[in-house]
Design a binder for this molecule. Structure first.
Ligand code: SF4
Length: 411
């Protein structure tokens, strides 16, 4: 079991935090964040203190303006973590933005939302107004374009400059060259929401175990009694997370962890801890924060094909491994689910997964390989029944292709 902590962001009252932060120097604030070992909640898990220090150093060296972008975009519509947080604790998020901006030397901050997040936007506007004049930081609400890639770190910087939501090569990282090529701290709203509590109550209040401290918002979906957004301590097992949502409504076949770009684990893996290292060791990631219970009777080949159909439409298409790779993986999976698969399709899927993870430009393509790897490793019978017996193991797949998907490059 994880070390339980009283630390919670959902519904938290940040009273006194901003006053405390205003009494600290930027270096002291960053030092508290470093002591708490707060890692980014947006999926990558990068230490926020390190990012803040890099941004502040770059801003001092470059002189002139620095920026902060709080990413509350919720790229995965089934995982509205930031919107839930903004509706329930808008002052916490706004205070986190103000504290972080002041620490890195940014006078202009952006709260970046999905266009349809009307309730979250209203709550944020009220909270911003309530902090008017308390600091010299100005917060502007910016709306993304919709679509999955609008939430990617470098793509959202392009959006803020009225360009298409396309990722860009890094380095340089946003801490050095972000908005308008100026040092920019980009962090997700959930990460920033931890700052007021860490600054006011001290880094020890953050709790948790080494490497994965504090809590995480998760969106529990699928075959559970009470789907919704919950806050769990990092290190909680996947089985406990499902129980938090009231348990399953049907016998469990699989747990899809991390949203549309992440891997699917078998129901035997309910003991896997929900933290950065253990999820990665299991073959998946925190991703969008979604934990989806998949019931018995679901064909995993069809699930993987459906995910890659989605990804091939949502890719920003700027790099070849992802633009072409997601289409090829999706096409092969459709062939297999249509009863047209061959043994060598499995090796070919493995090779394409390697290309996706090794050569894609951003996390979208890199993490999507985990869908291929986890489903091949954890559900081999679903693939083999389709390929060898020419039938769907669950009797649910209907052919979507009349001919195999093949390319010149396929062996
Ligand atoms: S990995 Fe995909 S989404 Fe990311 S930059 Fe490449 S094409 Fe765009």
């Amino acid at each position: 079991m994880p070390t339980e902590t009283a630390f919670r962001v959902l519904g938290a009252d940040p009273s006194g935090a901003l006053e405390r932060a205003l009494s600290l120097s930027p270096d002291e604030t960053i030092g508290l964040v470093e002591s708490a070992a707060l890692r980014g909640r947006g999926g990558a898990g990068f230490p926020l203190g390190e990012k803040m220090r890099a941004t502040r150093t770059a801003a001092e060296l470059a002189g002139g303006a620095a920026y902060l972008v709080a990413n509350a975009y919720d790229a995965d519509p089934a995982s509205p973590l930031s919107q839930t947080l903004l509706r329930r604790s808008p002052e916490l998020v706004v205070d986190g933005i103000l504290i972080a901006a002041r620490a890195v030397g940014a006078r202009q901050a952006y709260l970046y939302l999905r266009p349809e997040a009307a309730d979250a936007r209203s709550a944020a506007e009220r909270a911003i107004a309530s902090r008017d004049g308390r600091t010299d930081v100005s917060i502007e609400i910016a709306l993304g374009p919709g679509g999955f890639m609008g939430g990617e770190e470098s793509a959202l910087l392009a959006v803020l400059e009225n360009k298409r939501a396309m990722a860009r090569q890094r380095p340089p990282w946003p801490a050095e060259q972000g908005r308008a090529m100026r040092p920019t701290l980009v962090s997700c709203a959930e990460t920033l929401a931890a700052l007021p509590l860490i600054v006011r109550d001290g880094p020890d209040s953050f709790g948790g175990r080494e490497g994965s401290r504090g809590t995480k918002l998760v969106s529990v979906t699928g075959a559970v009694v009470e789907p919704g957004v919950y806050e769990v301590s990092l290190g909680t097992t996947l089985g406990e997370i499902v129980q938090t949502a009231g348990g399953v409504t049907h016998a469990l076949k699989a747990i899809h962890v991390g949203g549309p770009t992440c891997g699917i684990l078998s129901s035997t893996r309910t003991g896997v801890r929900y933290d950065y290292e253990d999820l990665r060791a299991a073959g998946t990631y925190m991703g969008s924060g979604q934990v989806r219970a998949i019931p018995e009777g679901t064909c995993i080949v069809a699930e993987a094909a459906r995910l890659f159909e989605y990804l091939s439409k949502e890719t920003c298409a700027i790099c070849v491994p992802c633009r072409v790779g997601t289409k090829r993986v999706g096409g092969i999976l459709e062939s297999v689910s249509s009863g047209l698969g061959r043994d060598d399709d499995l090796a070919w899927l493995g090779q394409l997964a390697d290309h996706l993870s090794d050569f894609s430009l951003c996390g979208f393509g890199i993490t999507s390989a985990s869908i291929v790897r986890t489903t091949l490793a954890e559900f081999p019978d679903d693939y083999r029944t389709h390929i060898v017996d020419r039938r769907c193991p669950e009797g649910t797949c209907t052919p979507v292709r009349a001919r195999r998907y093949e390319t010149m490059a396929q062996p």
